[in-house]
Design a protein around this ligand. Structure first.
Ligand SMILES: Cc1cc2nc3c(=O)[nH]c(=O)nc-3n(C[C@H](O)[C@H](O)[C@H](O)COP(=O)(O)O)c2cc1C
Length: 385
């Protein structure tokens, strides 16, 4: 009897999108869009990672001039940026791939001198800065302390929602198949959701209802502009990156999910702390690995639509997650940096290139970006020896 259980390599229908497999390119900041404009290097990078009917998510993309906190990240709020993205999207579509743009506002994870227009303080839910445990990467490759942010006034929040709405319209104009709202990893929307950061006394602070409100308003505005079936959301209730601690991540995740369930979005994407081989996390742990795995299962069961998981997935863990029904799709980050043909390698169970952390955030258009060899290139080289 044929085994019709899904595998990491079986097709999947995500709303209107027919995917040929379940391996997703996770959103990853790569700092190669010089001055915020996607260029030929990005075209090469994304097309290298495209498979026919495979699903890609772009790096975090600035929705407005106040939203940057890394050097040379792309934006989607002006004409030049839209034109730059069009070339990337065309390249991906020509090879039959599907691509969503990740919409990003870093909030307080910025720096007034180098990333904010007019030297203004970065915005947040709070006036508390990110602690000295974390450092911000400056354009000259040095690291600095995070500055004191300015809490958004209640009446300013609709303006930021409007920035998301305009960005999503631009994304569709650039040809993207949809967008992912970045509600994870201690950036602006997470700064409102987590009770370890949000100390507001207005309608955006206090109860879970109030802390989820900003994210919900953004998602609703974006869905109204382009259709809910073109919108995904990324959250990380159990990740404390940039001090984004919550006293009850389980309830926070469930509160967000309960609300998103009503909107029939394209997908929910949940990241968990990224375990290395030694049980350490890169972004700070939040409970044990078993606890996090339990939480992921709880959220997966609670969410009614497509569930994407991310964070420390190897081939084995990805295969297992889909086979056990713990996720519909698995997003791969670092392994996709160093293996442009990751999907093929995972299918063949072929050896993987190791990633070089030192070039994750450098700005060279090729080195550490598009020069990781494909299997094809490696065999060609070996056959010449
Ligand atoms: C270099 C780098 C940049 C990243 N940038 C982003 C980003 O822009 N947006 C985001 O949501 N996550 C970002 N992440 C997190 C990844 O999407 C992913 O969740 C994480 O790397 C864990 O998956 P992995 O273990 O497969 O690498 C980044 C990770 C890395 C390594």
């Amino acid at each position: 009897m044929a085994d019709d259980k899904p595998t990491l390599f079986s097709p999947y229908k995500m709303g209107k999108l027919n995917l040929s497999h379940r391996v997703v390119l996770a959103p990853m900041t790569r700092c190669r869009a010089l001055n915020g404009i996607p260029n030929e290097a990005l075209v090469e990078y994304y097309t290298q990672r495209t498979t026919a009917a495979g699903f890609l998510i772009t790096e975090g993309t600035m929705i407005s001039p106040t939203s940057a906190g890394f050097p040379h990240v792309p934006g989607i709020f002006n004409k030049q940026q839209i034109e730059g993205w069009k070339k990337v999207v065309d390249g991906v579509h020509k090879q039959g791939g599907l691509i969503f743009c990740q919409l990003w506002h870093v909030g307080r994870a910025s720096h007034q001198v180098v990333y904010q227009p007019g030297g203004s303080a970065p915005i947040s839910s709070t006036e508390k800065p990110i602690s000295n445990k974390w450092k911000i990467l400056m354009p000259d490759a040095t690291y600095s302390s995070y500055p004191q942010p300015r809490p958004l006034a209640t009446h300013e929040i609709p303006d930021v929602v409007q920035d998301y709405r305009l960005a999503v319209i631009n994304a569709i104009q650039a040809g993207f198949d949809g967008v992912e709202i970045h509600g994870a990893h201690g950036y602006l929307l997470d700064q409102f959701m987590k009770d370890g950061i949000n100390d507001r006394t207005d309608e955006y602070g206090g109860s879970l209802e109030n802390r989820c409100k900003f994210l919900l308003q953004v998602v609703q505005a974006v869905a109204a502009a382009i259709g809910a079936d073109r919108v995904g959301v990324r959250i990380s209730p159990a990740i404390n990156h940039l001090d984004a601690m919550d006293s009850d991540p389980r309830s926070l995740g469930l509160a967000v999910i309960e609300r998103l369930n009503k909107l029939q979005l394209c997908y929910l994407h949940v990241t968990q702390p990224r375990y290395t081989a030694y049980g350490q996390t890169e972004s700070g742990s939040h409970g044990s690995e078993e606890e996090v795995a339990r939480l992921m299962k709880t959220w997966r069961r609670a969410y009614v639509g497509t569930f994407i998981c991310s964070g420390g997935y190897t081939r084995e863990l990805g295969v297992e997650a889909v086979a056990q029904g713990d996720a519909d799709l698995v997003a791969y980050g670092r392994l996709f940096i160093s293996n442009p043909d990751l999907v093929l390698r995972l299918k063949l169970n072929a050896p993987l290139n190791r990633y070089v952390r030192a070039t994750f955030y450098t700005h060279h258009p090729v080195v550490g970006y598009t020069d990781y060899p494909s299997l094809h290139k490696t065999y060609e080289r070996l056959s010449r020896l």
